[in-house]
Design a protein around this ligand. Sequence first.
Ligand code: TLP
Length: 371
Amino acid sequence: MYSSAPEPGVQSSKHAIPAIDLRSDTVTKPSPEMRRAMFEAEVGDDVYAEDPTINRLEKRAAEIFGREAALFLPSGTMGNQIAIKLHTHHGQEVICEERGHVFNYEMAMMAHFSGVVPRTVWAEDGIVTWEHVKSKLRTKSYHAAKTGLVSLENTHNMAGGTITPPAVFNEVCDNLHAAGLPVHLDGARVFNAAVALGVPVGQLTAKADTVMFCLSKGLGAPVGSLLVGSAELMDRGRIYRKALGGGMRQAGILAAAGLIALEQGPRKLTEDHANARFLAQGLAQVPAIKIDPAKVQTNILICDISGTGLSSSELSCELSRRNVLANGVGPQLIRFVTHLDVSRDQCAQAIEALTSICASNVRYFYRADDK
Ligand code: TLP
């Protein structure tokens, strides 16, 4: 996360009542049903592929995505980095969007672990088209590194939860495949995209060679992500998962919650999306805040707060004094993420909190008619 964000846990511990936590959809707590399933889960050693609950989760994920196999992982970051390792050779380049998670928030692991460098493209709303990619591709040369992979993100987190239209995504994949190149999809929140579009997630992602998706974001599981793809790739992926320390042994207790998230989580996302739109509409009324509610497609909204005269860390601190948590994602950008554990009423309270900060802010210099 952008460095102006408050340190994890600093704010939430100060409050007697639970904070309205809009920092991320990663913060959801497991439901009573999940906790019961975790308690009762059958387990075995997953490094020997003997955990029946993980095996069930992997089989179900592969089915839903129409793939041969799936691999259960402790995090989305590990899933993305295993995928990059699977598709590339040392010394190659990976094309990704400039604000992409694989590039900005994964500790430079593509360089560290796979020995590749990112070649970024900047795409309006994070929607990478074939036009963007085409000009960046590099084939064999005695000067420049060859492109090994294109890694895309849907929904696009730092572009504000935006959805890449299926036709755009399919065109990129078809052209890359024709050029002999693989595509990885960082689908941490791809269920949000599928639900918002009303398209089955397997259909939406069919053309990617590998897809990583997270159970631990909007779907509500406490831990876990999956990588899906061919049996051959997932088999090799198991080796890299172990090398990264991701062999989790009796982790069926996590997969049990994951199965509930996978089966039931997607249908709850519509409410998160409606809450995000409600929040955006409310925030758009605050004169110093710039946000276009029409652009809010899923559960993430990013507001330009430059009109407040405050930095994102200052505004974040002011919000936390009013029991609302939200992270800065740029010097004057604040991200709000809706999820299972924030209600419509709490979104209304967040709007009130921001309105009152702007009303009392002495450095507030933005006029309503400047908007
Ligand atoms: N995103 C987190 C932070 O790391 C920024 C968040 O709060 O949004 N891909 C995408 C698109 C993501 O947004 C994230 C997490 C990941 C991958 C990594 O997932 P984890 O946290 O499970 O490693």
